[in-house]
Design a protein around this ligand. Structure first.
Ligand SMILES: *Cc1c(COP(=O)(O)O)cnc(C)c1O
Length: 395
């Protein structure tokens, strides 16, 4: 089956639900059984099974099945947020005295988990240069249990050599975890590149409409038991309404992503030619430092990327972003709407420095017409230039 067909079919079983195209929303905590035999056999039922609301109803199971099929793993679990998914995945491999290797460009709350709770519980984290590749071997220790990657990285979009990193990690007996949110399950196939545990903030492209919080962890057989047990023990579960919204989001994921990709590239190329922009950070642009790896390993690019402004004052930046008519500022991304705001990667990195002269920006190109977005950016730069001209005139 081709990918577009899979996106439409995955996890759907109308025959189980009176022919309804979408899985119905089951609201349930208690699930009744009729006999003592059934009661005594509950714990022996294979996963996923409908035994108690916390372990998922057919609504969550349909969503998990769809994500598992698209990412290509052996099982998938769902969570009330992407951050919850990250924590369950890392806790699954945490133990007193264990060592984790984490990419310096990971999502900031992932870092916080490592630097606070995990540290307190006796797990040591070493951050590594996201471009390290097989050089990771030098950082491996006998107690290294997990290597946490995110490619491209949050805010800075470095592409990691996941096959090289996986080879080193596996040789040392560590599991490879990947936050695969940027690519979604469609544009990077984690299990074909050596990943053991793939994490999605499904709040982003899978949900796709900025109205639900959820996360997933998809695993291969070797990581299944650890992640399943941690998930069940921690008591994570996803609300059935949000699971419903997310499975509905999946049906349009392929067409939405193609639009995000095409419009994103159009806007990225336009930005790259602007004097107000020092550099566009988009791995699908030839010449980007991550382009060669992106081209080798990825099947597409999403609509999220970065750019560096030529140094300008805070007042000029404010004039630029305060007057947007289409772009918004706010946490998250992956919805149909466009976002553009300054970010601060220099504040969180420890293994490598993020040294840039101007402001670092993150842009999410939504489903609007790209020409309208470019016009909005054009007006934004005019406002920025106006402030800079007056400032220089006054000086
Ligand atoms: C947003 C995000 C998360 C966290 O997801 P939430 O659903 O907001 O908790 C994790 N990783 C990445 C890369 C993200 O962008």
């Amino acid at each position: 089956m081709k990918e577009d067909t899979k996106v439409v079919r995955a996890g759907r079983h109308p025959e189980k639900h009176l022919g309804a195209v979408n899985p119905p929303v089951f609201h349930a905590s208690t699930v009744l059984v009729r006999t003592l035999d059934e009661l005594e056999n509950l714990s022996r039922r294979p996963d996923p099974t409908f035994v108690y609301g916390r372990r998922g109803t057919p609504t969550q199971h349909a969503f998990e099945e769809a994500v598992r099929e698209l990412e290509g793993g052996d099982a998938c679990y769902s969570y009330p947020s992407g951050a919850a998914a990250v924590s369950a995945a890392l806790l699954a491999f945490a133990a007193q005295g264990a060592h984790f290797l984490v990419a310096d460009s990971v999502y900031t709350p992932t870092r916080r988990l490592c630097d606070t709770l995990l540290k307190r519980w006796g797990v040591e984290t070493t951050y590594f240069d996201p471009l390290i590749g097989s050089g990771l071997a030098a950082l491996m220790r006998p107690n290294t249990k997990a290597v946490m990657c995110e490619s491209p990285g949050s805010l800075t979009f470095e592409v990691q050599d996941i096959p090289a990193i996986s080879k080193v990690a596996h040789a040392g007996g560590a599991k490879v975890l990947l936050d695969n949110t940027w690519a979604s399950p469609l544009y990077f196939k984690p299990f074909q590149h050596g990943v053991d545990v793939s994490i999605q903030s499904a709040t982003k492209y899978i949900g796709g409409h900025s109205d639900a919080m959820l996360g997933t962890v998809t695993v291969n057989k070797g990581a299944l038991e650890a992640v399943r047990d941690a998930t069940h023990t921690l008591g994570y579960c996803l609300g059935p309404d949000d699971a419903y919204l997310a499975q509905r989001g999946i049906r349009t994921l392929a067409v939405r992503l193609r639009h995000h990709q095409d419009s994103g590239l159009k806007v990225a190329r336009w930005l790259a030619a602007r004097p107000e922009v020092e550099r566009v950070i988009h791995p699908a642009l030839p010449g980007d430092p991550g382009h060669v790896l992106w081209k080798r390993d990825f099947l597409g690019a999403s609509g999220l990327f970065g750019f560096l402004l030529t140094p300008c004052s805070r007042a000029a930046l404010a004039a630029m972003v305060n007057g947007f008519s289409l772009f918004g500022m706010g946490a998250s991304w992956g919805g149909y709407e466009s976002l553009c705001m300054p970010t601060h990667p220099e504040r969180s990195r420890t293994a490598t420095a993020w040294k840039v002269a101007g402001h670092t920006m993150r842009i999410h190109v939504g489903l609007e017409d790209p020409d309208d977005l470019i016009a909005d950016l054009d007006r934004a730069f005019a406002r920025l230039n106006d402030v800079e001209r007056r400032r220089k005139g006054a000086a």
